[in-house]
Design a protein around this ligand. Structure first.
Ligand SMILES: [Zn+2]
Length: 269
């Protein structure tokens, strides 16, 4: 189980509508929403990996401590949620180094995992893996091998593999039919589809692929009261706001229906 700890105004779909310099003027919702997830995970005895933004950790240190104290895995989602494809090597190194430092200083634990914002790794920036190795990361879960306007390289591996740089990459799960990969690891489709359909797809994956399944979502997905972002495109709004009120119930069903653990425990041990 994985959670990308960021607020609604960090998402790539709104980057043209909300400037980074405006973030501090917006009221934080991520803290309350993530505490709610901690509560749900505790109720269902589920351990999760929290890929957390350094920017959020700086503002919510107690949340970071609670994540670790409750036995979850803390990992990095970078500092400022910039796509890795939009940064130079040095910018990327500094963004990720800073996030790791902040998370380790607050939590006192070593950070092993990294997830790129918007799964922004493709053939143009495979250098990120060397940077991650240099910074001491052991794994990345930064690829979603599907056709998508924002992310994914469909030809890349679909399952956990060792990179030549010396780090493990754990792609988000996909199903493959007639040579086409479709994402089943979370995102808008999970909110769009009825739960039984998502469950069917997950069950088929587990049966046919014999691989562990991982799911990702965000604290803002269980928050139907979040402020609406003015001026965003129809497509961005549709993707972001669709079925938010049903998400918590669907997540609870996932927690009930499967056995979950952290990325580290499932993929590294
Ligand atoms: Zn993100």
């Amino acid at each position: 189980m994985t959670v990308d700890v960021e607020d609604y105004f960090h998402v790539a779909a709104f980057e043209k509508n909300i400037a980074k310099s405006d973030w501090d003027g917006l009221s934080l919702r991520v803290e309350k929403n993530t505490y709610r997830l901690l509560e749900l995970f505790a109720q269902h005895q589920v351990k999760s990996t929290f890929f957390t933004l350094g920017w959020v950790a700086e503002r919510c240190p107690n949340l970071i401590k609670a994540i670790v104290e409750q036995g979850h895995e803390l990992a990095s989602h970078g500092y400022s949620h910039q796509k890795a494809t939009g940064m130079s090597v040095e910018e990327f190194r500094e963004d990720v180094r800073k996030s790791k430092q902040i998370l380790e200083d607050i939590s006192g634990v070593q950070i092993k995992g990294y997830r790129a914002p918007s799964f922004s790794v493709n053939d143009s920036n495979t250098w990120i893996y060397q940077v991650l190795v240099d910074l001491g990361f052991e794994y990345s879960s930064s690829t979603y091998p599907i056709e998508h306007d924002l992310y994914g390289v469909p030809s890349w591996p679909r399952f956990k593999y060792q990179r030549p740089e010396g780090i493990i990459e754990i792609p988000v799960p996909t199903v493959r039919k007639n040579g086409v990969n479709t994402g089943i690891g979370g995102g808008g489709y999970f909110r769009l589809y009825p739960y039984w359909l998502s469950k069917n797809r997950i069950d088929n994956y587990l049966k046919s692929e014999q691989q562990p399944y991982s799911f990702y979502f965000h604290p803002w997905e269980i928050d139907p009261q979040q402020p609406k972002v003015a001026g965003a495109s129809f497509k961005s709004k549709l993707r972001h706001y669709l079925n938010l009120s049903r998400m918590e119930g669907k997540v609870v069903r996932l927690l009930n229906d499967y056995q979950w653990d952290t990325m580290e425990n499932v993929y590294l041990k």
